[in-house]
Design a protein around this ligand. Structure first.
Ligand code: AMP
Ligand code: ZN
Length: 118
């Protein structure tokens, strides 16, 4: 395929070619611990489908993208941060600091988080 998935780090994690600490799996999404955590709880939640950026989300991807958020709430309860609170972030392209071009939610919790972000 020429959709970029062959060179994609997160597709390699999905394929089991690169190890990750996977904490959640469903038919459409998985979540794993960020290798460089920015908070006591820092998870990366990704769709199984390779979508490079938010700009590439199409009308037919609505259920997949929605499943990232239902995964988020389930994981927050499991991680024990649902009531205290946490932040969900998705960076898009260079100005926002996106470095892996397979859409992903960052889930950050376990400490107080400042606002606005840098
Ligand atoms: P972004 O900069 O928004 O594209 O986020 C990419 C995230 O992926 C960063 O927070 C990285 O620390 C994280 N990351 C990169 N490689 C790995 C890996 N092998 N396992 C887990 N997380 C990773
Ligand atoms: Zn990918």
């Amino acid at each position: 395929m020429a959709d970029g998935s062959q060179d994609c780090l997160f597709c390699k994690i999905l394929a089991g070619e690169i190890p990750a600490d996977i904490v959640y799996e469903s038919d459409t999404a998985i979540a794993f611990r960020d290798i460089k955590p920015q908070a006591p709880t820092h998870l990366v939640i990704i769709p199984r489908r390779h979508i490079a950026t938010i700009n590439d989300i199409g009308d037919t991807d609505q259920a997949i993208v929605g499943s990232l958020f239902s995964a988020t709430s389930a994981i927050a309860r499991k991680e024990g941060i649902a009531d205290d609170g946490y932040r969900v972030v998705m960076n898009c392209n260079a100005a926002a600091g996106q470095t892996v071009f397979h859409i992903h939610l960052h889930m950050l919790g376990g400490r107080a988080l400042g606002w606005p972000p840098g």
